[in-house]
Design a binder for this molecule. Structure first.
Ligand code: SF4
Length: 280
């Protein structure tokens, strides 16, 4: 059985950077917390917790700890609270997320009705929305929840981990209903490469194993992409979820992993698949 891993898999630049900032801060300052889980990978969050880096969901629960702002960014309200309370904080927001926030602000200031392709409840989108007025429209799937713009000038951006295909679909729909359409592709390159290599790999293997948090939007999207190619796909968090029966009569296995999946999990999944193969 051949096992191939998608060329672009696992930790992206923004996640590596956030973890490095958080661990270095925690080394120098024992009382360090992250505001919300630093990344959407429960195993990595647990690993960091064992090293003393805890996550806190509500600023009210923070007393004198140094606060790490995670790669998804922070809402304007929470930012204000951090400043007002005089808390010490370190900003690990991914620069690509920051860029999307800046575009959101600039485009709404310039009078565009802003469309965001994304998930309303995702912390990155919650943060984006908090910096602009409430005329912005969030669309998760242009084929399902599209709403016509109510203004003449329309702008479109995306949550950084969205699919290019859906983004193009939404742009095409908006072009019909606007006089002026300003499109900024804020999907990051790490996302594009992970999606592309997952799509290509899933076209040539019998099954795909996509590794990453079940709460990770970008990993879930990779699994959706592989399924859309007609490839039997399993989304798992750890090797413990692998089942021997999945590999019966399988010659080629593809592996892909979201931007928040650490290498040690990818490697243990590979090792377990090799062991399953040996006992076939
Ligand atoms: S997926 Fe992209 S935007 Fe998100 S943290 Fe990684 S590099 Fe940054």
């Amino acid at each position: 059985m051949k096992i191939e891993t998608a060329k672009h898999s696992g930790f992206c630049f923004g996640v590596k950077r956030a973890i490095q900032i958080a661990t270095e801060t925690a080394q120098n300052n024992k009382k360090t917390v992250t505001l919300g889980p630093i990344i959407h990978n429960p195993q990595m969050v647990e690993f960091l917790m064992k090293k003393g880096l805890h996550s806190v969901d509500d600023i009210k629960d923070i007393t004198d700890e140094t606060v790490i702002i995670r790669s998804h960014g922070i809402t304007a309200e929470n930012y204000k609270l951090l400043v007002e309370r005089g808390l010490n904080f370190v900003d690990a927001t991914c620069p690509f997320v920051k860029k999307a926030q800046e575009y959101a602000q600039k485009l709404t200031d310039d009078g565009y009705q802003l469309y965001i392709l994304g998930e309303k409840d995702h912390p990155e989108v919650e943060a984006l929305l908090s910096y602009i007025d409430d005329s912005a429209v969030v669309i998760t799937n242009p084929d399902v929840d599209f709403k016509k713009p109510t203004q003449r000038k329309v702008a479109l951006i995306a949550q950084t981990t969205q699919s290019e295909e859906k983004f193009e679909g939404l742009a095409k729909k908006l072009i019909h209903f606007s006089e002026e359409l300003y499109v900024v592709k804020t999907i990051c390159n790490a996302t594009i490469l992970r999606q592309e290599t997952t799509r290509n790999l899933s076209q040539k293997v019998d099954i795909m194993i996509v590794i990453g948090g079940k709460n990770s939007a970008n990993t879930t999207r990779l699994a959706e992409i592989a399924r859309a190619e007609g490839c039997k796909t399993f989304h798992i968090e750890t090797e413990g979820e692998l089942k021997d029966v999945w590999f019966k009569d399988v010659d080629n296995v593809g592996i892909s992993a979201g931007a928040s999946t650490p290498n040690w999990i990818i490697n243990s999944v590979k090792e377990k698949i090799k062991k399953i193969n040996e006992t076939k």
